[in-house]
Design a protein around this ligand. Structure first.
Ligand SMILES: [Zn+2]
Length: 393
């Protein structure tokens, strides 16, 4: 009997730490961990909330910019913060692209590192685009790229998908919650008498423990079955092998109590964090992602003076085309979501009498008007405010 406290401790520790990992790059995700609206997260250290009803949808910021002229590895319209811009500039014209492959977490164009490999923008897709655009004239390329962007970015489609995944995963959630409650109720009885329960209480209730454990075990088994059914129903949207992942995880019970997390994690990432925020985020998450995207389009980070420095002008032109196209799309999304773009970009409330300028991108305030913020964005003067405390338009 003396092994039971250790078994229970290992069980709950494994349950709490399941899914904890550190990734090489911080990836944006939309997370609903507790009751309340979903929030946007971006950290290399990932620790999924331990509750069975928590969910998490991954999103990818576009890792490159494109235009009829070609591609450049400095993205436009990224919503993940802190932004992770490339450390060198790389530019390719469409007719120059011969191979695009993924290796070691990178996308290699013609064998040279181009940008980080991202699930939503696979090498095969970029290669296919290059093959299609190579022999077209500029007007035709622009039309094809607009269509590609429109296909990539469909807010209604992503909203439907995220809703469906949440709806289908609610039955495994119910089974997991019941199993969890039963295991939690039975756990104190595994500890030495007097540690959590008084002797007379423990003895009085001991007769119920086998029944509670039986209910928990049954709920656990039902949860596995429901999770497999949900994964099969959603298989079009999930990464291949999700059913196998569930069956393997079910062999280690602490892992088999959060099937919604396993299912939402297995969903193909949303191709832009703002699409995820608009589909399932709370108002704060939507506004935050909308502002970040818009600010990145208007005030992009300066191109690094490394790599293809001879092609900086070309890179700037590629980004400008992409930003122009994306802003048009973005304005439609925001209008549909009832978010006013100009209001988002309105100047911040000065945080002190000496604040006279701010960075329009990171919103930091400064006590000097000239120069730029540490990220290289030119400062904007803060206009005096009206007495009522509302900022001037
Ligand atoms: Zn800044």
């Amino acid at each position: 009997m003396s092994d039971w406290p250790l078994i229970v401790a290992v069980f709950w520790a494994s349950y709490l730490l399941d899914g904890l990992h550190r990734s090489r790059r911080a990836r944006p995700a939309l997370v609903r961990a507790f009751p309340g609206p979903a929030v946007a997260r971006q950290m290399p250290l990932q620790w999924p909330a331990p509750l069975p009803w928590a969910w998490r949808f991954w999103a990818d910021d576009p890792p490159f910019a494109l235009s009829p002229g070609g591609i450049c590895n400095q993205p436009v319209g990224t919503a993940g913060r802190p932004a992770e811009p490339a450390l060198f500039t790389a530019v390719w014209g469409w007719e120059e692209i011969e191979t695009v492959v993924e290796r070691g977490g990178w996308l290699l164009v013609n064998g040279k590192p181009f940008c980080p490999a991202v699930a939503s923008y696979p090498a095969t897709e970029l290669m296919r685009l290059a093959a299609t655009l190579r022999d077209q004239d500029t007007a035709r390329r622009a039309a094809l790229l607009r269509r590609w962007l429109a296909l990539q970015y469909r807010p209604a489609h992503w909203a439907r998908r995220l809703r469906l995944v949440r709806r289908v995963s609610r039955w495994p959630v119910a089974a997991n919650t019941l199993a969890l409650a039963a295991f939690a109720a039975a756990s104190p009885f595994a500890l030495p008498t007097g540690m959590l329960l008084r002797k007379e209480v423990a003895e009085g209730l001991a007769g119920y423990v086998p029944g509670v454990l039986a209910v928990g075990t049954m709920a656990f088994v039902v949860g596995v079955v429901l999770a497999v059914m949900a994964a099969r129903r959603l298989r079009r949207w999930l990464v291949p092998g999700t059913v196998k992942t569930i069956l393997v995880a079910s062999l280690f019970p602490p892992q088999g109590l959060r099937w919604r997390r396993v299912i939402t994690d297995a969903m193909q990432p949303v191709p832009h964090p703002l699409l995820a925020a608009l589909a399932g985020g709370g108002l704060a998450a939507r506004r935050e992602a909308a502002f970040a995207t818009l600010a990145d389009l208007r005030w992009p980070l300066p191109l690094p003076q490394r790599g293809d420095t001879g092609r900086i002008a070309e890179a700037t032109a590629i980004r400008a085309w992409h930003a122009g196209e994306f802003e048009g799309v973005l304005r439609q999304w925001l209008a549909q979501a009832g978010i006013d773009a100009e209001e988002l970009l309105a100047q911040p409330v000065p945080d002190g009498a000496s604040s006279c300028a701010y960075c329009p991108r990171c919103r930091s305030q400064f006590t000097r008007i000239d120069g730029s913020c540490p990220r290289g964005i030119a400062l904007v003067a803060l206009k005096p405010r009206t007495r009522q405390g509302t900022s001037n338009k």
